[in-house]
Design a protein around this ligand. Sequence first.
Ligand code: 5AD
Ligand code: SF4
Length: 472
Amino acid sequence: MAKTFDVAIEALESSPDAPGASGEILAAPARAPLPVAAGKSFFIETFGCQMNVHDSEKVAGVLLARGYHPADKAADADLMLYNTCSIREKAAQKVFSRLGEWRGVTHSKTIGVIGCLAQQEGEEIFERAPWVSLVCGSASYRRLPELVAELESGGKRVMGLDLDTDETFETEITRRDNRFRAYITIIEGCDYACSYCVVPHTRGPERSRPSDAVLNEARRLAGAGYTEIQLLGQTVNSYCDPSSRALNFSQLLREVAGVSGIRRVRFTTSHPNDLTREIIDAIDSTPVLCDHIHLPVQSGSTRILRDMRRTYTREQYLEKISWIRAASRPISLTTDVIVGFPGETAADFEESITLLETVGYDGVFSFSYSPRPNTSAGSMPDAVPEPEKSRRLAVLQERQRQIQAARNEKAVGETHGVLVDTHHASRNQWAGRTTSNRIVNFTSPRQNLLGEYIQARITRSGPFSLIGEELL
Ligand code: 5AD
Ligand code: SF4
């Protein structure tokens, strides 16, 4: 069984000057010791993607190493951090509305904004919310211990906004929230320049972690009881090992899958341009590599793809799909689609619908286009009116719901391996995911299944999940 969050904290509290007592020690660059702030508490609220979720785990690790302990709720924390997202306008607004909740409140709490919105808005955040005292973008997280120490010694406003770093964010301890599945960042930043996207501006240029650091982390996680690893990066499959081993992504996948004790390896997010036959061959021949690829297409129209600067056409994308479909092992596919990009006509939109029908995805994350600062699409003409964007989004989601319902129905009668990660006590049901990342809700006469791999026979299906019973 994996070490729990509570155990990790206990170990640190009993020995605050020995970070790493939790057993989840990561290779850390040598740095001068900073004074430790024992007794203070922190709370992190995370917005956005899995990269942000994992960044929060690492930031929590930095704070634990400094003697902080987690507070149960925001109101109780000495240090309140918002790890923010700015990919769409709504996500950014949500952060400002959260910050607004602290307006005029007299307290001794320190409030910090970290992540993508911090990078994008920089000093502006101090103007809009003067009660904030720390602003730090994700490309500067290496400096967090220093920034926090500056605050502790009386600093009123501290900022980390460098983007030109060629280093990645590694910490001595990472406090992981899930007891079975662990994230490992293998690549940070992004070198693409999709015209709608803030990420290259907020997370900086692409940098890959050396393969030995990734593999050592995987081994330590296996030793701590984790059995599923999810490799993370904005364009995870453009991984390029900076060490002398110079592994490419498919080689790294095979090596992580070979770590003793690891039963499942996932990865996200892949860029279609960097999806090679070698990656598909690795999945096809290595059962530990999960049979699922998330491959964002964004649009089914080559004209829109060109304006989005996605670097591929509809036909080139579909060719990669045909490679995946040719694998001997069925590989599940999911994607991201944006509707209402500037200039998207009814015919372009229809091409996105026909692409969903042609590919037959098992899941689609769909978004209404949101103009973002510092992006070239932000100033493009021919905006699609908001009500039309919403209409297209609803049409696309309904079509995909039907596609998924039909695909999931085919699973009825099949047996799938499930890693159990949830117990719904009120309905006496368990839930987990298949290797193809489908959710299975199931019943079992047994107790304490969390973290176990079970076989479930699928008895019913819906568009978003499968229902079954444990096969004993
Ligand atoms: N508007 C709408 N959706 C966006 N995404 C990225 N930028 C925008 C934007 N400006 C979507 C893409 C990406 C996912 C993480 O968010 O589909 O793959
Ligand atoms: Fe954004 Fe494109 Fe990079 Fe993905 S590949 S993070 S959409 S710029």
